[in-house]
Structures are given as C-alpha cells and as structure tokens.
Design a protein around this ligand. Structure first.
Ligand code: AMP
Length: 541
C-alpha cells in the first residue's frame, strides 16, 4: 500500500521562495570588494535571483548548462546560488586560490558556458580567458560604472547591467529533484581534480541536516557569518540552511584578517561563525593582542582540517564560545559528522569533555559510517582500533562527474581516504589522511595527535607532522614547526614538551623549524609539498 501524502520534489527554488515569503525582511549583509558594507534582505535576494534566472533564459542557456563563479562570499554570489540552480542550470563554484592553469583545466573539464567573477579576480580572468574554450559569456560582479573599458575580455558585462534590466518575476521550473544543481571539484592534491555533482534533492537534504540542533543548530534568531568560502563546497551548505530557517547572513567578502572579521562579528551581532582553523588563528590573535571580547558570538563551527585543542580551549575558556568541531569533504556536500556532547557527558569534568570535543564527532542522521582494515574487515567501535573510514548517505557522491560507470564505491560505501577511530558512543576521530599515516615499527602514529601537542605550545603558530624513512623502524615522525614571531623556542624545548603527553615511542625524533608550511587552495596543509621541500633532510643519527 502506498502512502497518501503529497509528492513534491525537493528543489532549491523552494528554499529561496520560503525565505522571501516568511523572512523577507531578514538582513543579508556583505562586505563588498569595493570596501563598503552592503545591506540586502531575503526578499531582495529572491527578487534578484529571479532576475538572474530571466537573464540566463534570455541567453537561451539550457537546463544543465554550467554557470561558473569565481567569487568571494557576498550577496551577488548568493543570488547566483539560487538564480542559477533554481532555473535548472548548474552552479559551478571555481576556487580562485588554485593555480590559473588548474582553473583553466577545471573550467574546460566542466565545459562551463558562463563565468561570473568578482573584480578582485579580473587579473586571473585576463590570464585565463583565451584558454577557457567553452565559456561564451563573461560577467563581472560589479556595477555598470565599475566595469573597466579596457579589460581585454571580449563582451565583458557588468552583473548589474546584465541582470538589472530583467523582470523580477519568474516561474521557477518544476524540475525533477534529482536534477543536477551545483558542482565542486575536489582539492586534487594528487592527480587531476574530480568533480562532485550535487542534486537539488541532495542539497536540500543536506541543508535540513546542517540546521539540526545537534549539528549547527540554526534558526531565525541566528546571525551567521560563513568565513568558509562559497567557492568551495557551498560554504558547508550554510547559504541553503540559512534560507531554510530564515537566518541572517553576514558575508566577509575578501577581508578575512582578524580585525575585519572581528568588526563584522560585533557590528552585525553574529551568533554563529564557521571556518577552517587557520582563519580562526588570525581572529584569536587579533582578540588577544587588543584585549577584546565577543559580545554576541555563541558558537563557531571549525572543520576542514583538525581543530587543535588549544583553539577549542581558547574559544571556550577565554571567550565563552562553544566550538563545534566538524568533519566532511567535497564528496559529502560536505558535512559528515559534527561534535556535540550527549546528555550524559554534561556531568563529566571539563578535561573529560575536552577529550570528546576534540573528536570530529557523531554521525548526522543520513550519514552512516564504518571503519575497515586492509582486508576490508569492519573494525570495532572501541575508540582504539584504526581503520579506513567509509561513508554512505543521500548527500554522498555515487560517481564523479564524467567518470560515470567507474564507481568509486566499495560495496555501496564511499572510501573517504581518511583513517579514523570510532568510540563506543559513536564519536569518530580522524587520525590521518591514509597517505599521511606514519607507520613506525609496525604501529601507527597519528600525525594529528603529534601536531595538536605542538600547537598547544605557546610559541608555536603551526605544526605539521610527517613520517621520515628510518632503517630500523620504517618511518619515524618529525614535526615541522612555524614559531611565533620573536620566539626563541628550541628543538629541545619542544621535544621535552611532548613528555608525558604521548607514548614515548610516538614522540617525534626531530623538530624542523620553517618560515611557513605550504597550504593548499582550501587552507589545508600540503604535506606532499612539505615532503618535497624536505627531500634532503636526514633524521638525526
Ligand atoms: P575537501 O574535500 O577539500 O573538503 O577535504 C576533505 C578532507 O579534509 C577530509 O577527507 C579530511 O581529510 C579533511 N578534513 C575535513 N575536516 C576535518 C577535520 N575536522 N579534521 C581532520 N581532517 C578534516
């Protein structure tokens, strides 16, 4: 017997219609690349996303054609999120931090038809436009009078002139919910990047999940500042969840330094912010230097790479802000787990709670995970056994774009490439990327554990642990450290700092001080590059 409920496709256009109808006057605030603060609201964003849809129709862009963006977090990017996907085209967010050659490769692989870009990225576009063979239309996200006359890009239009002349009425198409809505390429540290192609259904289900109380707990009372970029994995789905709950959004644009972010957090009474650890490091540095406090911020979601305990402690103990440690990846839209305590943990002493908060968290309903050994045997959830982390769920990829038929799945599960433990309460903890695992004397050493300890030292800004070949033990850990400016900390000080915090055999053999650790386009440490840089390094005898 079939249920007798209404059948309605889950569509991105429904989210913006809802936000307009029920939260039309809720603010959308953006720091523009022009430097000023721009104020809009959900009703205006909705009207302008309909103008975008009309403008794409006028170009006769077909359903499924790719509209690429090269843009910061801001209101125009938000309008494209809804106008492009809502009208049946695929929003393709390009990462401007990639090398121009990689951007060209990705745009050609995706066969983008349109590129909308912030003026900050004009020099990149000038460099690449002749090599992007499929792009027919170029749109600069600016007012008509800001468009340079001599950009060198044929037919370049200003966004405002392009969409501004369109009607703001539009009937969103009744798409199948499995229609592709947006695409994002993986960071691609090895080989060519691969694309996750999200659907309306997966995006909407992910947005529901993201807003749940034990996930980001988003509501119409929140003012949310996503520092996490809209150009990579849809700013962790926040723009969609915010529309779904009617939250205020505050966009930082290109100004991600501690001072600029702090000013926005205070001025716009932000209650929740989200970003990768490197960004929060700058913010915490700014607060400390100026003896500042947060007057409104209550929660911060930190993910993308492991959040060091020292950062969780600083937010929590010094500033009264709850850290929600999250794990995910491009192939998961991106959210997989988020760390919030269960009721029974609330009575635990603070240091016990801290041990839990450090973990990447519990599964969100919709995502199932397990860990397996080299032979594919499922490992126990005892918090000790390590294994390759596999996931499945309605917002996990089935195949990569243009690799249809070559499924990456193993018996229906997606192998994440991460190595993790799972404790009896279901809290998952990432110990490494599988290619970064350090094997010493047949035992695994978690590079994240080694890094976290170094990061807890007052004189350390950043630390990366890598394995170095060793004649007897196969590999031994070495910690590569960026000191705080002016610090006189020595190798011996740091090695001593490890004592009592980690098993003796897990203590690194050496400390290498460097000026900077190479970061990838999504803010993650590039250990492959670091290993290349240290190719002449030899372990102490
Ligand atoms: P991306 O697809 O660029 O979002 O990168 C996903 C990868 O980032 C994951 O597979 C993890 O290796 C890493 N990652 C994301 N969040 C965390 C976290 N909270 N802790 C440790 N690693 C993380």
């Amino acid at each position: 017997m079939l249920g007798l409920m209404q059948q309605q496709n889950l569509l991105i256009s429904d989210m913006i219609e809802f936000a307009e109808k029920h939260h039309g006057d809720t603010d959308i605030v953006s720091r523009r690349v022009e430097g000023d603060i721009h104020r809009s609201n959900w009703a205006t964003i909705a009207a302008r996303s309909r103008q975008v849809a009309n403008a794409l129709d006028q170009w006769k862009l077909g359903v499924g054609e790719r509209v690429a963006t090269l843009a910061w977090n801001g209101y125009r990017h938000l309008e494209l999120y809804f106008g492009v996907s809502g009208s049946g085209r695929v929003l393709h967010t390009l990462n401007p931090r990639l090398h121009p050659e990689q951007i060209v490769w990705i745009a050609n692989h995706a066969e983008d038809s349109v590129l909308c870009f912030d003026m900050t990225f004009l020099p990149i576009v000038q460099k690449i436009h002749q090599d992007c063979t499929t792009i027919k239309h170029w749109v600069a996200l600016c007012d008509a009078d800001k468009l340079p006359a001599d950009s060198g890009i044929p037919g370049l239009l200003s966004y405002e002139a392009w969409m501004g002349k369109q009607a703001n009425t539009y009937a969103w198409p009744a798409l199948d919910e499995n229609t592709a809505s947006c695409m994002c390429y993986t960071s691609g540290t090895t080989g060519n990047p691969k694309a996750a192609l999200y659907s309306h259904r997966s995006t909407l289900l992910h947005a529901y999940a993201c807003a749940l109380p034990d996930v980001m707990c988003l509501s119409a009372r929140d003012s949310i500042l996503p520092v996490v970029p809209m150009f990579h994995v849809n700013a962790w789905g926040i723009p969609y969840s915010a529309a779904m709950v009617g939250a205020k959004l505050v966009f930082p644009g290109a100004a991600l330094d501690g001072k600029s972010v702090y000013e926005l957090l205070e001025a716009e009474k932000v209650t929740l912010a989200a970003g990768v650890p490197t960004v929060w490091q700058m913010l915490l540095g700014h607060l400390k230097a100026g003896g500042l406090r947060f007057n409104y911020l209550k929660r911060t979601v930190i993910g993308g790479s492991a959040c060091p305990p020292a950062m969780i402690q600083a937010f929590n103990d010094d500033y009264g802000v709850e850290v929600l440690h999250a794990w995910g990846m491009t192939e998961l839209s991106p959210l997989g787990t988020l760390c919030t305590l269960k009721n029974k943990h609330l009575e635990l002493p603070k240091d016990e709670q801290m041990k839990i908060r450090l973990k990447q968290g519990r599964a969100i309903f919709g995502i199932d995970f397990k860990i397996i050994d080299d032979q594919g045997k499922e490992q126990p959830n005892d918090g000790k056994a390590y294994g390759d982390l596999l996931v499945k769920g309605p917002w996990v990829i089935r195949e990569y774009y243009k690799q249809e038929g070559a499924s990456p799945l193993v018996d229906g599960w997606f192998p994440t490439g991460d190595v993790a433990t799972v404790d009896p309460e279901g809290f998952m903890q990432i110990t490494d990327r599988s290619k970064d695992v350090i094997k010493s004397g047949g035992e695994w050493i978690s590079s994240i554990d080694v890094e976290n300890i170094a990061m807890a030292h007052a004189d350390v800004t950043m630390a990366a642990c890598i394995g170095m070949a060793h004649p007897k033990w196969d590999e031994r850990p070495v910690v590569v450290v960026v000191k705080k400016p002016g610090s006189a900390v020595t190798r011996e000080d740091l090695l001593k700092f490890y004592e009592g915090k980690i098993a003796k055999w897990q203590i690194p053999d050496d400390v290498v001080f460097v000026e900077a650790i190479p970061l990838g386009a999504t803010g993650k440490m590039l250990k492959t590059r670091l290993r290349e840089q240290l190719s002449d390094y030899r372990l102490p005898a």
